[in-house]
Write a protein that binds this ligand. Structure first.
Ligand SMILES: O=C(CO)COP(=O)(O)O
Length: 222
């Protein structure tokens, strides 16, 4: 049985970079094994290869550009993150927003390379639009709650319910994650009860004094 998916986005946090990133990856591996949850990490590009090589966790890029390999300075291709060991990629995170055409191109690139795609969205309408592109996952994250410690599960359960309904209406094959302010097992439990397949979070783990304990709390009510 495969449990829900939890993706820890390390963003560009100092606490989620270098050695700290590998510590979080090790904790993710351990807690996933204990709990049956699938716990992925989305490290900075600079840490992606090492984590994919040395830690047995699904690794996600935080972004890819929808270009083919070639003369694109400062871009990162699906081929590059795949070769570095990525399993999937976030696309259109609120802190890395793209146009609809760019989202479509990034998704095509992900497909070309066999990367699982998680399209992030900021409201119900963009969630429905993202579902129409048929990625493996959409992740609804109200931007005003990101990084606040105020959980979407408690502050705005309606947006989760409406997003799940919108995705089911557009393409029931697409799975739904939610995020913003998620930090406890209760937040995860509510998100799952509202019909999601898991959560996407950052600060609740990355900035925790003990990331392993924070991860254990997240899976405590599964
Ligand atoms: O943006 C997020 C995950 O991608 C959510 O961030 P926080 O968990 O810090 O609110």
């Amino acid at each position: 049985m495969t449990g829900p998916l939890i993706i820890v986005n390390l963003k560009a946090y100092a606490e989620g970079t270098g050695e700290q990133a590998t510590r979080i990856a090790a904790a993710a591996r351990e807690v996933a094994e204990e709990s049956g949850a699938v716990i992925g990490v989305a490290p900075a590009y600079t840490d992606l290869g090492i984590i994919a090589r040395d830690y047995d966790v699904p690794v996600y890029a935080q972004h890819i550009d929808g270009v083919v390999p070639g003369a694109h300075t400062g871009h990162v291709t699906a081929e590059q993150v795949r070769a570095a060991g990525a399993f999937g990629t976030l696309v259109n995170h609120s802190e890395r927003r793209l146009t609809l055409a760019e989202i479509d191109a990034a998704l095509s690139a992900a497909r070309r390379c066999g990367l699982q795609a998680v399209i992030c969205t900021n409201n119900v309408a963009t969630t429905a639009a993202a579902a129409a592109l048929a990625p493996e996952y959409v992740a609804i994250e109200p931007p005003e709650l990101i990084g606040t410690g105020v959980s979407v599960s408690k502050a705005d359960p309606g947006i989760i319910e409406r997003s799940v309904a919108a995705v089911r209406a557009v393409n029931p094959e697409v799975k739904v994650l939610t995020g913003a302010g998620i930090s406890t097992g209760e937040c995860v439990k509510i998100a799952l009860e509202l019909g999601t397949d898991g959560v996407l979070l950052a600060s609740g783990v990355v900035k925790a004094r003990d990331p392993a304990a924070a991860l254990r709390d997240l899976v405590s009510l599964l």
